[in-house]
Design a protein around this ligand. Structure first.
Ligand code: SIN
Length: 548
């Protein structure tokens, strides 16, 4: 029998929340940060627009709170939002000290920080870096800080496949995780069991649950599925945010076209050339994200592609009207990507469509990252504090990762948790999937993604959700065929995680018979505060509603 390795703190995920937490934890113990691909391959890295933060004092903080609450459509957990907006400035200042270079009016480090506007913000408060590569800069500066810390070790191309729970007098407690190599070319490896005093799930979102997503391939909801497996509560899983403007070109990934484009003046036009947002919201293109996404769907999208019309983002007027703005310089990454596909912001209408972008729900935590299972913490997109309610305010997610990542670390340090102790590793050797089986798993994933887009996407109703649930049941049983034989591979685990997240989204979306924020039911189009000004909470597949 062999025994598990031991660290003080295990952090699963190396996006903004995981890295920020690791930096605090490392002052007090050994930290292992695992990440499924190379360091930097996370949703954080791809965030373009920026980080929202109130830097102008108390009134500004109060306005940021108001905007966050308004965007969340009656469901923002006010205490969580207060923490976010009031602790945000300090966390961002600290990040700047650690080397994050946000764009400034001139090149001097003391130059005034530039701020842009995004949808549903009452004024420009979004900091950005290298024009449209804010997430990459935040990820870079946190990675360098963490890598320079002697007590932080990284394990790249590594994923967790199970959390290990022990019973004690106070109930059950997570004490370890099983890790495998996530290198797709590696043959199945015996899981490496790592015990820890506390484990943080900062594994990000699950955009891959939908066929159209702005998220990278790693965003498969692994942490959410792991938490659900050990009985942790999930919350608000019906609230999936669809970003209104992903690039819509056949055969091209749904590349994000930042909301900052509209913040800098872009219009949305339908196939007749009309600026259609006038019909949907007084804030026009800067209406809350859910409103804009549904408006685009109504103007252009149909289940039958032959009946769909293109919808466009139009920036052609911006350079002329705002002399001095150089769109290629302001949006270098977006401009490069568009140029590679023969398009330019200055000269072309850019075809767009909504795509799955951000999960407001996740693993239920308190304001300090504690999940409902001892020893297990969560922060960032994997977690749900209720801070975003039913619809996240643009650019609040990087701030969330910083603020709640730091808070989760504080709780992990201050909670009285027993030291990691020796436990045996699993004796069972995993069985290899052959190429044919791997191909079948890919097909299962594609089927799940398409079904989720069609049945639990932007516009939902009971009949589609029930259809989704029935497809989901078939998918679960196909996956059980492999897991039941003790098979193991990265893609099989990811397929199981996606199926687990999909099940939670479908159940919560069916239970919420109203429309609110990102959750729109054609059969219940009106918000129903009397019944549903509550968060959905799911445990072991059972959904209930609770007021927080
Ligand atoms: C964007 O740049 O539009 C994305 C920012 C966000 O998701 O908040």
């Amino acid at each position: 029998m062999s025994f598990a390795e031991s660290v003080d703190y295990l952090v699963i995920g190396a996006g903004v929340a995981g890295l920020r937490a690791a930096i605090s934890l490392a002052d007090h113990g050994q930290v292992l940060v695992i990440t499924k691909e190379s360091l930097g391959e996370s949703n954080t890295h791809y965030a373009q627009g920026g980080i929202a933060v109130a830097l102008e004092g108390r009134e500004d903080v109060a306005l940021h709170l108001e905007d966050t609450i308004a965007a969340g459509d009656g469901l923002v957990h006010r205490a969580a939002a207060e923490v976010l907006v009031s602790e945000g400035p300090e966390r961002v200042a600290e990040l700047i000290e650690w080397g994050a270079a946000f764009d400034r009016e001139d090149d001097r480090p003391s130059g005034r920080l530039l701020r842009t506007r995004e949808a549903a913000h009452s004024h420009p408060r979004i900091l950005h870096a290298n024009g449209d590569a804010t997430g990459a800069e935040i990820s870079r500066s946190l990675s360098v800080t963490a890598q320079n810390h002697p007590r932080i070790k990284f394990a790249e191309w590594t994923m967790a496949t199970a959390l290990i729970v022990e019973e004690d007098a106070e109930g059950h407690r997570v004490v370890a995780a099983d890790l495998i190599s996530a290198d797709l070319s590696a043959s199945p490896n015996h899981p490496r069991r790592v015990t820890a005093r506390a484990i943080l799930l900062a594994s990000g979102g699950a955009g891959q649950v939908y066929s159209d997503t702005t998220n990278p391939a790693v965003a498969t909801g692994d942490g959410i599925a792991l938490a659900a497996q050990v009985g942790a509560e999930l919350a608000d899983m019906e609230f999936y945010q669809f970003h209104p403007t992903a690039l819509s070109l056949p055969g091209v990934p749904r590349f994000l076209l930042s909301e900052a484009l509209r913040g800098e003046g872009a219009y949305l036009r339908n196939h007749l050339g009309e600026r259609f947002m006038e019909r949907y919201h007084p804030q026009l293109e800067l209406a809350p994200r859910d409103v804009v996404a549904r408006a685009i769907a109504r103007e252009g999208m149909s289940a039958d592609p032959a009946l769909s019309f293109p919808v466009y983002l139009d920036m052609r007027h911006v350079s002329k009207e705002r002399k001095g703005i150089d769109l290629t310089q302001r949006f270098p990454g977006i401009s490069r990507f568009l140029a590679a596909h023969g398009l330019s912001l200055q000269h072309d209408l850019i075809p767009v469509r909504p795509a799955a972008h951000y999960l407001m729900g996740g693993i239920r935590t308190d304001l300090n990252g504690r999940t409902t299972v001892k020893g297990l913490y969560a922060a960032g997109e994997a977690a749900c504090t209720g801070v975003h309610g039913a619809n996240r305010l643009a650019s609040n997610s990087l701030l969330e990762g910083l603020v709640f990542g730091a808070r989760a670390a504080e709780a992990m340090l201050s909670d009285r948790l027993p030291e990691a102790h020796a436990i045996a590793t699993s004796a069972e050797a995993p069985k290899q999937m052959d190429a044919n089986e791997e191909a079948q798993v890919e097909e299962i994933i594609t089927r799940l993604q398409r079904s989720m887009w069609a049945t639990a996407g932007l516009l939902r109703q009971e009949s589609t959700l029930r259809e989704g649930i029935s497809t989901h049941a078939e998918i679960e049983s196909s996956l059980a065929y492999y897991t039941g034989q003790g098979k193991s591979s990265r893609r099989l685990f990811e397929a199981c995680a996606l199926a687990s997240v999909a099940g939670s989204i479908l159940r919560a979306a069916l239970a919420r018979t109203e429309s609110r924020g990102a959750h729109f039911r054609n059969d219940h189009p009106v918000r129903d505060d009397e019944k549903f000004r509550k968060h959905s909470v799911e445990r072991n597949g059972q959904v209930r509603f609770e007021q927080w």
